[in-house]
Design a protein around this ligand. Structure first.
Ligand code: DOR
Ligand code: ZN
Length: 442
């Protein structure tokens, strides 16, 4: 047995917040108790002193782009799963916008099998809503579910046809699969590369209005209401989306949603770059602040934080999106959308939300473990006896500076380079196995 001795245990699913000792027997949690490890136990079991640290259910990240199959130079399932456990993430949902798209059982099985082989975070495939994520013909969702997919999504792209979306929701409802939507009306966003607003005007870059997201969120909420399906809105970035989801929840629509750390910490001013560092083409833009949906404005950040506080935003997800260094160094409008986040999500959220008094630590842990696990009916997110032993031991006092070269992800495209953050996973266990450990001087 592994015994995590006398840490501060936060287990939102069971309402626990206090000093406890967690006993792990093989791959599952055996007991969570008040009594510290006994001298007898110390003789026969592996006892890890957790005093002064926090012991939590492993984090569950519903939105991660691994680039395998197809673009292994950016990330592989193994490198992404390794980076995940360094960030305290024990389960991740792998987005299907790989090459080929995960719209068949064979790709889904491949992703799941590669994840198991890697042996770090649990890698759970998401299947596509439509074949090739082209928004036209529905993928075979029954086959995808059978192959282990826990949701369907065309993430990276919206399903532009409301009729196709309605049918997708009907099928998914009958299979009890959540439909994760990338809410973007392409007729409003097309050609844009950052948030539409004063910053874009000043920088002379074409904008993407918040309405491109909000209009699609509203449409999909209506369709979820019509069909009775489970809708999950990915990477909510705009105040109007939070408002629409709040109203829909109040009238009983089955909707969950997530926000990403960059969206509730950075505004579109970050596109102007740190001290206006010049890109190779001489432009003062920072493509590490380019993602889709784009960074918005202060009022949006305030709405996201309020939504996280009151639970309208159920989950925090990283939207980890690795891209090649060269591609991100291109001129801003040519650079791809997306930033990495697996290794920084917890620390950014802890530093920005908990240390600033927006959320309590138990609230943050709920948004990052129990709530995402519940949204997609995943194992994990709990320290309930009998549950799988996916556990993270956190140092909430450790300050560290994000150095892209030191990250375990294959890609380096983070907007948080050089930032000093507080809080880090010291020890991560998946299925009772230690898969990540930071050596801390005794
Ligand atoms: O910024 C993004 N990057 N947004 C998406 O929706 C897709 C993602 C990617 O795959 O790179
Ligand atoms: Zn995404």
């Amino acid at each position: 047995m592994i015994i995590l001795d006398s840490g501060r245990v936060i287990d939102p699913a069971n309402g626990i917040d206090g000093t406890r000792t967690v006993l792990i027997d093989g791959d599952h949690i055996r007991e969570v108790r008040e009594q510290p490890a006994t001298p007898a136990e110390k003789l026969v079991h592996q006892v890890i002193d957790c005093r002064g640290r926090w012991v939590l259910p492993g984090l569950v990240d519903l939105h991660v782009h691994l680039r395998e199959p197809g673009e292994e130079g950016k990330e592989t399932i193994a490198t992404g799963a390794r980076a995940a456990v360094a960030g305290g993430v024990t389960t991740l949902v792998a987005m299907p916008n790989t090459k080929p798209v995960c719209d068949s059982a064979s790709v889904a099985r491949f992703v799941a099998a590669r994840g198991r082989e890697a042996g770090f975070a649990r890698v759970i495939p998401a299947g596509a809503i439509t074949r090739g994520s082209l928004g036209e013909q529905l993928a075979d969702m029954a086959e995808l579910k059978e192959a282990g997919c826990v949701c369907v999504t065309d993430d990276g792209r919206p399903v532009m046809s409301a009729g196709v979306m309605r049918r997708a929701l009907e099928y998914a409802r009958d299979l009890d699969l959540p439909v994760m939507v990338h809410a973007e009306d392409l007729t409003l966003s097309s050609g844009g590369c950052m948030n539409e607003g004063p910053a874009a005007t000043r920088l002379g870059l074409p904008g993407i209005p918040a309405a491109a997201e909000v209009a699609m969120v509203q449409r999909d909420l209506l369709l979820a209401e019509l069909t009775g399906a489970r809708l999950h809105v990915a990477h909510v970035s705009a105040a109007g989306s939070v408002r629409a989801i709040r109203e829909a929840k109040a009238r009983g629509v089955r909707v969950t949603c997530e926000a990403a750390p960059h969206h509730f910490t950075l505004t579109d001013e970050a596109v102007a770059g740190v001290a206006a560092a010049l890109g190779p083409a001489g432009e003062p833009y920072d493509a590490h602040a380019k993602m889709n949906p784009p960074l918005r404005e202060a009022a949006d950040i305030a709405a996201l934080r309020q939504g996280l506080k009151d639970g309208v935003i159920d989950c925090i997800a990283s939207d980890h999106a690795p891209h090649a260094y060269d591609a991100k160094e291109a001129a801003f409008d040519d650079a791809p959308f997306g930033i990495i986040g697996l290794e920084t999500a917890f620390a950014v959220a802890h530093t920005e939300l908990v240390l600033n008094g927006v959320l309590t630590l138990p609230e943050l842990i709920a948004r990052m473990s129990s709530a995402p696990a519940a949204a997609f009916h995943l194992a994990g997110g709990t320290l309930q006896p009998g549950a799988i032993a996916d556990v993270v031991v956190l140092d909430t006092a450790t300050r560290w500076t994000v150095q892209p070269a030191a990250l375990l992800s294959k890609s380096r495209n983070t907007p948080f380079a050089g930032r000093t953050l507080t809080g880090r996973a010291a020890l991560t266990l998946v299925g009772g196995n230690v898969v990540h450990q930071v050596k801390v001087p005794a």
